[in-house]
Design a protein around this ligand. Structure first.
Ligand SMILES: Cc1ncc(COP(=O)(O)O)c(C=O)c1O
Length: 483
């Protein structure tokens, strides 16, 4: 028999503890954040901690929840990589806005079901307003604009391809459909296409030029060739901010090609679409307004906690066409006047991700966020200037969207030796705990990649990071020469 009294006691205790937990951990988090610059980027869990967790049961009887929470903080969260550290320059990781954090906590406390409009009309309105604002940043300028908040760029890119497929192909044509994007396009695009049923031979990667942007002459050539072979080109994908180099494709040229061949034009702006709010840098994305859809992750450059991404489309009916289902159990809660977000994307139950972005923008204003974007461009240029003053450092990709690739190429070293040296420099700087810089590979060359989009990164952080990289590079070069 279910013991209500016992259950009730557990719940009451849970609520009492919740207040203590939230204030205790928030206080700890704020204190830690205040001294984040002094902390190592990764306090790796030792074997003892891993063994302790490994040995834990999934208990039949509960235990003190405060104790559980403390274990989680001490053993789990304190030993995760501090990707918000101002000298964490890898992936596409920014600082988190305290307003996003607060918005996220609020969203969790109220646990709003953000699937249907009727479940939280005011929250739905907030999401709709943000989607429209993002559409206006992209220059979509139409009252048909729509979209949906999703977990990340991967889901946004995949959902865009569902809409593209359904709007340009009949089901009979699916097996002949062809999609084109540059060889620098994020892997989530390819993965998404495979998830929704496309084969590898339906995905064409177009070479890029020396700025790592798509060669539109080769793009058009590939489309013409496939049309002549009886295939059905249906979509092209452009980039605002590629992951490797922050490059921006020639969107206006791509838009013209899309129009000429009646193709869906998607833009993966998961990383870089945030430049659209900067009056200084939005011009770099000229042609974005010609696209049909845009992925925009605010958990990348706009300081949101995971997860917060938006898929914006020029014509909302394309999403409705692909994602609407009307099961009998939702008949009473489907909104007749507004769109339910379960009809705009693949998710049904989901957290209200728009709330934290709304909270952040209301509290900071878009001007401050635009300044953050501009600061990132400035910082990547500063790194370039520092490197230029030192011997043997070579810029492999020019600064773009706060991202720069470079490597140390000492005299007399072969390409293979430089690749090994680059790996060693990365490993050493990571082990120092001072900065986190991983490698990537561009045209077969291993490079050090810095993505500098954290609002808390200072000029001093950058000068010290480059000085340390140089010190390591000189030392490792000597070691390699001696061996
Ligand atoms: C350009 C680009 N697109 C898509 C993604 C995937 O986004 P997410 O990790 O949010 O799914 C990333 C991730 O870094 C990215 O840089």
């Amino acid at each position: 028999m279910f013991d209500w009294l016992k259950y009730d006691n557990i719940v009451k205790k849970g609520y009492e503890n919740e207040e203590k937990q939230i204030s205790e951990f928030l206080k700890r988090h704020i204190e830690k954040n205040a001294q984040i610059r002094e902390l190592p980027i990764f306090n790796k869990p030792d074997q003892e901690i891993l063994n302790r967790i490994e040995a834990m049961d999934i208990p039949a009887h509960g235990r003190d929840s405060l104790e559980v929470a403390r274990e989680l903080v001490d053993d789990v969260f304190e030993h995760a990589m501090l990707i918000q550290h101002p000298r964490f320059y890898s992936f596409v990781a920014s600082a988190v806005s305290p307003y996003s954090l607060a918005g996220s906590i609020l969203t969790d406390i109220y646990n709003v079901h953000a699937g249907g409009w009727e479940l939280a009309p005011c929250a739905g309105l907030i999401e709709e307003k943000l989607v429209k604002w993002m559409g206006s940043c992209a220059g979509y300028g139409s009252d048909k604009v729509g979209g949906v908040f999703l977990s990340g760029g991967s889901m946004a890119n995949m959902s865009a391809m569902v809409a593209a497929r359904d709007s340009r192909l009949t089901p009979e044509e699916f097996s002949k459909g062809m999609v084109y994007f540059s060889d620098q396009t994020h892997s989530s695009n390819e993965k998404g296409l495979r998830i929704i049923g496309f084969r590898n031979d339906q995905i064409v990667k177009i070479p890029t030029d020396d700025r790592f942007v798509i060669r539109t002459d080769l793009l058009e050539e590939a489309i013409v060739r496939d049309l002549a072979a009886g295939k059905r080109p249906f979509a092209i994908i452009g980039n605002i901010g590629t992951t490797n180099t922050g490059s921006i494709d020639p969107l206006d040229e791509m838009g013209k090609i899309a129009k000429k061949y009646n193709l869906w034009f998607h833009i993966d702006g998961a990383f870089g679409a945030s430049i659209l709010i900067s009056p200084i840098y939005r011009n770099l994305a000229k042609g974005v307004e010609l696209s049909d859809s845009l992925s925009w992750d605010t958990h990348k450059w706009l300081m949101q906690t995971y997860s917060c991404s938006t898929l914006v489309v020029k014509d909302k009916s394309t999403l409705l066409n692909s994602f609407t289902e009307h099961p009998e159990y939702l008949a009473d809660v489907n909104s007749s006047e507004h769109n339910d977000s379960w009809d705009l994307g693949p998710e049904m139950s989901r957290p209200h991700r728009a709330i934290k972005l709304w909270y952040t923008i209301q509290a900071t204003g878009t001007n401050m966020l635009a300044e953050l974007i501009e600061y990132s461009f400035f910082n990547a240029n500063l790194v370039k200037k520092d490197l230029k003053k030192l011997p043997w450092w070579k810029i492999i990709s020019e600064p773009s969207c706060g991202t720069i690739n470079f490597r140390y190429e000492p005299e007399g070293f072969s390409d293979e030796q430089i690749n090994t040296l680059t790996d060693r420099i990365s490993k050493e700087i990571i082990e120092s705990g001072f900065a986190y810089i991983v490698t990537t590979t561009l045209r077969g060359k291993k490079t050090l990649r810095m993505c500098i989009i954290n609002a808390n990164t200072t000029e001093d952080d950058l000068h010290k990071t480059i000085a340390l990289l140089n010190e390591i590079a000189v030392r490792e070069t000597e070691k390699m020469r001696a061996s």
